[in-house]
Write a protein of this length. Structure first.
Length: 154
């Protein structure tokens, strides 16, 4: 019955600033803008497959949320950090060390890096990796290299 998540919506303080961020910084395709209603909609990836809606609201009505963008795991591993750096976007992982690269959630497994939009929404680039779920290590977060070693030693 349910096949996926088609759309999600964010409240933003300044619609034009957010349109600029999602269109020019994250390179999503603007598919609809309504200046009277103060809304904008973007296709994520292929047209008509996934959609992001932005609704302008006063700052006090905005409650920051978390959203993850599905990406190819190779892109997250090899290019995501440089993509964010080139756009002056601060990013982070949960490794709690000096590693600036993406992290791997062992239990999924998936490779991921986090950042914020202009309204403080926590965004994530995530790529699901091949491999089995590791239920005994559910809370473990490691570097990609450490995950490869876990996979080899299985």
């Amino acid at each position: 019955m349910i096949k996926g998540l088609y759309e999600t919506h964010l409240f933003v303080e300044n619609l034009e600033r957010s349109i600029d961020f999602y269109k020019h910084t994250l390179e999503l395709k603007l598919c609809r803008f309504n200046g009277d209603r103060r809304t904008a909609f973007f296709w994520i990836g292929e047209d008509k497959k996934y959609m992001l809606g932005l609704w302008e609201k006063p700052k006090e009505q905005i409650d920051a949320r978390h959203y993850a963008f599905e990406c190819d795991p190779e892109w997250v591993r090899d290019e995501s950090v440089n993509y964010l750096k080139a756009r002056n976007i601060k990013y982070w992982n949960f490794l709690n060390n000096d590693n600036e690269g993406p992290m791997v959630f062992v239990w999924m497994p998936a490779i991921s890096i986090y950042f914020h939009d202009p309204d403080g929404h926590e965004l994530e680039f995530i790529g699901v990796l091949e491999g089995d779920t590791k239920s005994e290590e559910e809370k473990r977060v490691v570097t990609y290299e450490e995950w490869l070693e876990i996979e080899r030693n299985g």
